[in-house]
Ligand binder design. Structure first.
Ligand code: NDP
Length: 405
């Protein structure tokens, strides 16, 4: 029985809070805070209608560490689940340390003025969390999150060592809009327009954004073009599974998405440096976000499926094998359950599972010690078991051989 505080009332926050409400034996009291309290109230209303449970709501600017610390102290939760934006990660970690409460998020910290993705800022909190006897779990979404745990599940059950790992993220959903992103547009576009990077033989190899592509046929979706990208779990997996020789991340994009994005980039609308407009500074990407559809508004019109998973090649008893582990999620089925499309659903469910494993003690630091942890540092079994039970059933199959590209 435990009390939880979720910060962030977007699509991911909405799914996580609905799923927490559906698991009352673990989440006995749910508190939801965000910048716009009306969004928290709308989620609380939906949770009440769907599950009969109450969610307490608050307005908070999580960039204000003192105010966030005061709110955490006032509520007294066992865990703070940060589902706001990556910009807030360090501030919420500081507030958790000040208030003496455990922490979880789904995306690594990013400074606002650089599209720069790395764990160094958050890993630097290791000693402070350890000294305080508190746990911080980083990246408990789908990717990072499920894809990280899928890699350790394959290593535990199917392979002795992993030589190469490819993470394949396909969203085959159609939202009926000319151009929209499936999660926060600012964060999504920063990620997609950043140079691609993958890890090979101990080195990071950088290539221009969206310059390497492959065709792949995804079960439940069909053939799609996927692009090599950088994604934050590559960094933590390369650290925690040091035997991996090559690790890459691929994401599918349709032709229309790429064409719109290219035009927006060419005209400067994806810039994150300030420009003067009518006597005041604006950030073009933030203005673009304001005119694009809110991802949470796409749920009712999105049809189709997502298929995200890992392909790993390695040795078992001296012989080479390749396994594909993946999860298929249907946008309309996801929407029927919590009122959110599959991208929010596939992130919010693992956030709830990570929180459940922390609250029940199934995932804890070695000898109960605190510290900052990534998903692949824990036993994959309880997580993968809950994933299937909580709406994201997954499959694993052996492939005839390694990927040909
Ligand atoms: P949204 O933009 O829909 O929601 C973000 C929420 O955070 C909004 O309610 C917003 O408030 C709130 N917020 C923003 N700034 C602050 C602040 N300073 N203080 C308090 N609240 C704030 O995003 P999503 O729900 O789509 O994504 C949430 C997180 O999940 C992001 O960090 C994203 O990167 C991550 N993510 C992770 C994935 C994974 O697989 N690991 C996949 C998809 C997303 P307001 O409404 O006022 O703007």
């Amino acid at each position: 029985m435990s009390k939880i505080l979720v910060i962030g009332a977007g699509g991911v926050g909405s799914v996580a809070v609905h799923k927490m409400a559906m698991n009352a034996e673990i989440f006995s009291e749910i508190h939801l805070a965000s910048r716009t309290v009306a969004k928290c109230e709308a989620i609380a209303e939906s949770v009440k209608q769907r599950t009969g449970r109450e969610v307490a709501t608050y307005a908070i600017d999580a960039d204000d560490v003192a105010a966030t610390t005061a709110l955490i102290r006032q509520i007294g939760p066992q865990l703070v689940v940060n589902l706001a934006l990556p910009y807030q990660d360090l501030n919420i970690m500081d507030a958790c340390l000040a208030a003496g409460v455990n922490y979880l998020d789904t995306a690594n910290y990013e400074p606002r003025d650089q599209a720069h993705f790395e764990y160094s800022w958050q890993w630097a909190y290791q000693e402070r969390f350890k000294a305080a006897g508190l746990m911080a779990l980083l990246g408990s979404g789908f990717d990072p999150g499920v894809t990280s745990v899928m890699a350790t599940w394959l290593k535990k059950h199917k392979l002795d060592t992993i030589r190469s790992l490819d993470i394949l993220d396909c969203n085959g959903g159609d939202h009926g809009q000319h151009f929209a992103t499936n999660f926060n547009p600012e964060i999504n576009i920063r990620e997609v327009t950043a140079p691609a990077r993958h890890f090979e033989n101990g080195k990071w190899i950088e290539t221009p954004a969206l310059s390497t592509k492959q065709q792949f046929s995804f079960e439940g979706v069909g053939p799609k073009t996927m692009y090599l990208m950088y994604h934050e779990e590559l960094e933590s997996l390369a650290k925690h599974l040091p035997e991996i020789e090559r690790i890459r991340f691929w994401m599918t994009f349709g032709e229309a998405y790429i064409t719109h994005l290219t035009v927006l980039q060419n005209v400067g609308m994806t810039r994150i440096d300030p420009v003067m407009y009518e006597g005041r500074e604006i950030i073009p990407l933030q203005f673009l976000k304001a005119v694009l559809p809110e991802p949470s508004s796409l749920g009712s019109t999105t049809k189709g499926k997502t298929n995200i998973g890992d392909i790993a090649t390695g040795y078992k008893d001296g012989e080479e094998h390749t396994f594909y582990i993946y999860q298929i999620c249907d946008h309309e089925v996801a929407f029927a359950e919590t009122g959110n499309q599959a991208v929010s659903y596939t992130t919010g469910v693992p956030a709830m599972i990570g929180a459940a494993l922390m609250l029940t003690g199934a995932w804890a630091g070695p000898d109960g010690e605190g510290g900052v942890f990534n998903m692949e540092q824990f036993d994959p079994d309880p997580f993968m078991a809950m994933l299937g039970e909580q709406g994201l059933p997954w499959q694993v199959k052996e492939l005839a051989g390694p990927l040909e590209f």
